[in-house]
Design a protein around this ligand. Structure first.
Ligand SMILES: [Zn+2]
Ligand SMILES: [Zn+2]
Length: 278
């Protein structure tokens, strides 16, 4: 058995800029795929990564910011003809309402394809669980997925996930400031995929938005590039993968991300790239 981590999107934030896709990861174990977050373009990135929709067992959402959930409906609708039932969907409230309303909005097409192509109704193929607390949220013969509450105000709850398989343990931070729960979840893991933000480069991003308010939000709810290394060090992980890069508009060189994250971390740092397999 080999467990593969595929970075589908490594940008932080919802606004497309043509450099990196929004956050999404796939973990593939013996041909079964588990999707973590559904940023814009997730369905397309799965196709580009060569992961068939028929492989998807479950979809997990860390929190309901649009950079993490914008394309959950698209993934299900566009991948529908390939999906095998049931597809488990697990995330914080109101994920069930959101998915149902997205599908309702597309009811014309969905009903048409049932009648015209004989497809099984999509909603019957989904098994949605809203989860508000930490602990084991999913288990099957390949993986156990454990959630922990992370600190991403004002979003509550927001999760980090740990995926344990027979040969690897991988932790995905979701969005958070440096967080004890996340350190605890990542202790003993092989890989930590962690969000990060480079504060000196935010001015370009903020000049295009509602500057001071957005800056306040970013500083209070994300992990700075010089804080992420110590998080990984405390957890004792050997491999830190940087993702959810903010800004991800190409204004920060990979060498800068790398150097910043190596501060206070004795393991290996990888600056995540879209479609990178680890
Ligand atoms: Zn985010
Ligand atoms: Zn967020």
């Amino acid at each position: 058995m080999t467990t593969k981590l595929v970075l589908l999107g490594t940008a932080g934030g919802p606004t497309p800029h043509g450099h990196r896709f929004s956050p999404a990861q796939a973990i593939v174990v013996d041909g079964a795929a588990y999707v973590f977050d559904c940023g814009n373009g997730v369905a397309h990135q799965l196709a580009r990564a060569g992961i068939p929709f028929s492989a998807i067992r479950a979809v997990f959402v860390t929190h309901n910011h649009s950079d993490h959930n914008a394309d959950i409906g698209s993934l299900l609708m566009l991948g529908w003809s390939g999906l095998r039932s049931p597809v488990r969907i697990i995330g914080p409230p109101p994920i069930e309402t959101m998915v149902k309303q997205v599908l309702e909005g597309h009811r014309y097409d969905l009903d048409l394809r049932v009648a015209d192509e004989g497809r099984r109704p999509l909603h019957e193929m989904l098994d949605i669980t809203e989860s508000s607390g930490g602990g084991v949220v999913y288990t099957d013969e390949h993986v156990t997925v454990t959630a922990t509450l992370v600190d991403h105000p004002p979003v509550d709850p927001a999760f980090g996930f740990r995926i344990d398989t027979a040969d690897r343990s991988i932790v995905i931070s979701g969005d958070t400031v440096p967080c004890d729960n996340l350190v605890e979840l990542a202790t003993g893991a092989d890989v930590l995929v962690h969000e990060t933000m480079h504060v000196p480069a935010l001015d370009g991003l903020l000049s295009r938005h509602n500057g001071s308010r957005v800056r306040e939000h970013l500083l209070a709810s994300h992990t700075r590039s010089d804080e992420v290394g110590p998080v990984a060090e405390r957890a004792g992980v050997p491999l830190l993968v940087l993702s959810h890069l903010t800004p991800a508009d190409g204004s920060v060189d990979d060498a800068v991300w790398q150097r910043e994250a190596e501060k206070g971390f004795s393991g290996t740092v990888v600056v995540g790239q879209d479609l990178q397999e680890l």
